[in-house]
Design a protein around this ligand. Structure first.
Ligand SMILES: NC(=O)c1ccc[n+]([C@@H]2O[C@H](COP(=O)([O-])OP(=O)(O)OC[C@H]3O[C@@H](n4cnc5c(N)ncnc54)[C@H](OP(=O)(O)O)[C@@H]3O)[C@@H](O)[C@H]2O)c1
Length: 299
């Protein structure tokens, strides 16, 4: 049996980064430089790694990055005051608050405080509403959550038109599942959203031409759940102990089982993961263009 075509997110993300770098250079000719502010509150090793990679790639693409590290115990009021400052700073076009935030800071207050036109993570309720009400095929001229945007780019690149396909999104988080479902609906898929209370998920999955899996359970979706030839996008990132005493990353899909059944499949690592940072910088470039009075450009 033929094996699934692997969707190389690493290679796609590199190409996207090159296009963003070109967009940054074009903007530089008007005397403007996109600026990304990152805010990390407290100490969390995984978040440190994410923030570092975001600021490193921003610099590689010619953007300015402003790294704000706030100590454990920072109050919500202090964090909101920093966001207010960044909101009115004309050199900043994107504000990223690394989640999760330590308690007792209320994440919803923080997301609401970010200027929707600097909300490069796409989590502000205004941007959530824009995505929820976008017409089929209409341009995405507002920030869209980065991982879902990456998923939709990979699918469009692999399949072309998604119109009329049955798409199953497993997971309904605000971060991944719901925005992925909205993007697929905009692309004219017939979308089903599954979650932990869904009945007979395996049977539902066998009807899906496209399955996007974002649940956080290693190897949860088995090979015999997959419709032959389906496109399977594995968003899951799970760290498991490896034989050498270190750890290894696996997705939410049983990769070896899915490989001979699916038509297209994302590996973990190297599939959706690299798209997230590239899309963040894509969003930052778009917001810098907006601030310069230029239209969104599909780079
Ligand atoms: N590649 C990337 O850049 C990237 C970015 C973000 C997240 N991720 C990864 O993607 C995964 C999901 O992240 P998330 O933030 O969306 O997680 P989350 O907020 O924990 O949401 C998980 C979702 O999966 C559903 N679920 C859990 N168990 C299930 C089951 N047995 N059957 C069906 N659905 C089930 C949950 O349903 P209920 O709503 O009913 O509880 C929930 O909607 C994680 O592995 C995360 O690390 C990767």
């Amino acid at each position: 049996m033929a094996e699934a075509k692997l969707l190389d997110g690493k290679a796609y993300a590199l190409r996207l980064r090159e296009r963003v770098a070109k967009g940054v250079a074009e903007l530089a000719s008007t005397g403007r430089k996109p600026g990304l502010a990152t805010i990390l509150v407290g100490v969390d090793p995984a978040s440190e790694v994410y923030v570092k990679s975001k600021t490193r790639v921003a610099a590689e693409l010619g953007m300015a990055s402003f790294d704000h590290r706030l100590p454990v115990g920072t109050s919500e009021t202090e964090l909101l005051a920093l966001i207010d400052t960044l909101n009115i700073d004309p050199s900043i076009h994107g504000i990223l608050v690394q989640l999760p935030l330590p308690k007792p800071i209320d994440t919803s207050h923080v997301l609401l405080a970010i200027d929707p036109n600097k909300d490069v993570d796409g989590f502000h309720p205004i941007n959530v509403g824009r995505l929820g009400s976008v017409a089929p095929g209409a341009p995405l001229d507002f920030p869209v959550p980065c991982t879902p945007l990456g998923v939709s780019m990979l699918l469009a690149d692999a399949l072309g038109s998604l119109s009329g396909r049955n798409a199953l999104v497993i997971g309904r988080s605000n971060l991944v599942g719901r925005p992925v479902a909205q993007l697929l609906l905009r692309a004219d898929c017939t979308v089903t959203i599954a979650h932990s209370r869904t009945r007979d998920l395996a049977a539902l999955c066998r009807t899906a031409d496209i399955a996007v899996v974002a649940i956080g359970k290693p190897g949860f979706v088995r090979g015999d759940w997959i419709k032959p030839g389906a496109a399977v996008i594995d968003v899951g990132i799970n760290r498991l102990p490896a034989d050498d005493g270190k750890t290894r990353l696996v997705g939410d899909v049983a990769f070896a089982e899915a490989l001979p059944v699916a038509g297209h499949l994302t590996p973990v690592p190297g599939g959706v993961g690299p798209m997230t940072v590239a899309c963040l910088l894509y969003n930052t470039l778009q917001e810098a263009r907006r601030a310069a009075g230029l239209p969104f450009a599909a780079v």
